[in-house]
Design a protein around this ligand. Structure first.
Ligand code: ATP
Ligand code: MG
Length: 384
């Protein structure tokens, strides 16, 4: 897919800005705080309806405006998509595709696919489990937009169950929770949670071999990467075992048993302790956890391998190459890894790259790229 045109209006520090993308690679060049990442963020929002920098639309709308717009023209194999995302300070969004306002925002997902790679992604390895859950959830949402519903349902049940536990442990100090009501919440949590677990397991099953082979290609045979899904409720069947979502499964049974075994702890801690909101993904290199012991270089290689695997997997599932958004990362990679990345991208994946200086770039790359200068929320360069 190819993003042909982007128009930002009252978005972050852009007042009115149109961009026509004219090459497979676009370099956004500018000093700090000029709007480079903001532009990538706009594309990320079209892909995921989320920004990794904020969860509040009022941060995205330009100061002094009530409404912000991100409009895009995207060429896909089956035709051109006009995408339009309207953000409001008040919070209510509108999503419009080819002139039609979509009733359910999640139906917009899948319109544009993108893999984001920023220096923040090192937190994937170094950070806590929450970072890794957001990562796999974002990827799954792009692979199968229905996952957004599945996750939302789970989070809703989780929130309600937590509220129930809190309310009742406060009111009936010392008394056990209403067993019938609690059993209903348990069942709902296990049903919704099992769907999340299976999707995560299936997605990782496909991603892991790709990431491993990339990792081997980048690091040489000396390093062996192992990635393991660590679900809070243990997987008791292969992820491909039973694909019908509603069939009662062994995982669901295990889920309920684990809830039982943690009932007392949940009562005292007044929150849900069992479920995929406590999942993790473990990365290890040569049998050593990458999180604690990996060197900076090893962690970068690992994240690069994950990102390349994401690109490949999305392309395989969607049938078209996704966009790649590189925010400040090229300069962080050594020349060998830079070249590895660039060779993989070739002209297949449309790539938007931000940088504060061109010095680190390969001359061949510079010749083939569209270079846009970003200054105080305004772009200048060829083809604008
Ligand atoms: N809602 C908003 N309204 C107006 N300006 C905003 C808004 N949100 C962010 N900005 C401005 O955008 C600028 C930051 O832009 P951005 O993060 O894209 O910088 P950058 O070019 O990527 O810089 P760096 O090289 O440091 O990463 C800041 O000056 C900030 O004040
Ligand atoms: Mg930036």
């Amino acid at each position: 897919m190819f993003l042909q045109h982007l128009h930002l209006q009252s978005f972050r520090n852009y007042q009115h800005q149109s961009v026509a993308f004219s090459a497979p690679k676009t370099i956004l060049l500018g000093d700090n705080a000029q709007g480079k990442s903001n532009l990538l963020e706009a594309v990320e929002l079209l892909a995921t309806l989320k920004s990794h920098r904020t969860s509040r639309d009022r941060d995205l709308v330009q100061e002094g405006s009530a409404t912000g717009h991100i409009k895009a023209q995207l060429k896909r194999e089956l035709g051109t998509n006009e995408l339009n995302l309207v953000l409001r300070k008040s919070g209510r969004r509108a999503v419009i595709r080819n002139g039609e306002t979509l009733k359910r925002q999640q139906d917009f997902l899948g319109s544009l696919n993108a893999v984001q790679f920023s220096s923040l992604d090192l937190d994937l390895v170094r950070g806590g489990p929450g970072e890794r859950r957001v990562w796999i959830d974002t990827l799954l949402t792009q692979l199968e937009p229905i996952y957004a519903y599945i996750l939302q349902q789970y989070n809703q049940v989780l929130k309600q169950r937590n509220a129930f536990i809190k309310q009742h442990t406060a009111e009936e100090d010392g008394k056990p929770l209403d067993a019938t009501q609690m059993a209903l919440w348990d069942a709902q949590l296990a049903t919704a949670g099992t769907r999340v677990i299976r999707r995560r397991a299936r997605g990782l099953d496909r991603l892991i071999p790709l990431a491993q082979s990339w990792h081997q290609a980048i690091s040489g045979d000396a390093e062996k990467l192992v990635i393991a899904y660590e679900p809070n409720v243990p997987l008791t069947e292969p992820p491909t075992a039973d694909l019908s979502e509603n069939a009662p499964t062994i995982i669901q049974q295990t889920f309920l048993e684990k809830i039982q075994s943690r009932a007392v702890a949940e009562y005292h801690q007044r929150t849900s302790l069992v479920g995929p909101h406590r999942d993790d993904i473990a990365f290890s290199i040569n049998q050593t956890p990458a999180r604690q012991y990996g060197s900076q270089g090893q962690q970068r290689t690992l994240v690069l391998a994950l990102k390349l695997a994401e690109l490949e997997l999305i392309e395989a599932v969607i049938g078209e190459p996704p966009l790649l958004l590189l925010d400040d990362v090229l300069a962080e990679l050594d020349l060998k890894r830079q070249n590895q990345l660039l060779e993989t991208i070739e002209d297949r994946f449309q790539t938007l790259i931000t940088t504060t200086h061109l010095g680190a770039f390969d001359a061949r790359w510079l010749r083939e790229s569209q270079i846009l200068t970003v200054h105080k929320g305004s772009l200048s360069g060829d083809a604008l």
